[in-house]
Design a binder for this molecule. Sequence first.
Ligand code: ZN
Ligand code: FE
Length: 268
Amino acid sequence: MADAAEIIKMTACGALDIATFPCRSDNYGYLARDKDSGLVAAIDAPEAAQIESALDYLGWDLTHILLTHHHGDHVEGVEKLRARGNVKVVGARADAARLPKLDIEVTAGQPWRFGDHSVDIFDTPGHTVGHIVYHMPGPKVLFSGDTLFAMGCGRLFEGTALQMWGSLAALKALPDDTTVFFGHEYTAANGDFSLDIEPDNPELLARIAEVTETLKKGGYTAPSLLGVEKKTNPFIRADTAAVARSVGLVGADAPTVFAEVRRRKDNK
Ligand code: ZN
Ligand code: FE
């Protein structure tokens, strides 16, 4: 494992300090510390060793694990981290049967509190039917799991294109200056595909240049800004005339365009 000091990228979002670091082959690990309460949340638990080494380096005491969905690469480290003591595992009540044992069950539309911060839970079916994301309107952060990626979205393992479009459309309604912490570093491949869809989108071209440079230096493309996704992510842009035209579906509704964009990505 690489030295924690060299692999942690810190982002300040209001009262939250958020550490980003790689886990497994292409997952991201995140630790969010609330400066006011001292609470520390891991977002998913892709790999206990890497998360523990980040906690030790930062000198942070883990208090919560916020689960987005039941896939192994998001829950594998839960029991090891729980054994540190005093860690509350948070996840979707509706998917509790498939998740590790939950200490706090959350439901979309019923805000939960992390310290003084209100946390809005969104049901985002598509990648899995029980997937949820966590939005904190105060510090303006979104933990999007495997629903929304940089220039991408999760594969439809369980849900339909119509469901996933509904999930993305709800996230698209959040403010542009929302910082998005997503589940995987798939940005190079997603960027490549995005260019197939919108080769002349100037914002997309600029973003590709930027992420290529970042990745070349060994940097992380996470977090991103929701406003940038709205201008460059072909999945969340399925409701635009530009993307509809590009996939030969002028005049079709957004779910239909989204389904076609997703199909093309799956076949690339
Ligand atoms: Zn997943
Ligand atoms: Fe995943």
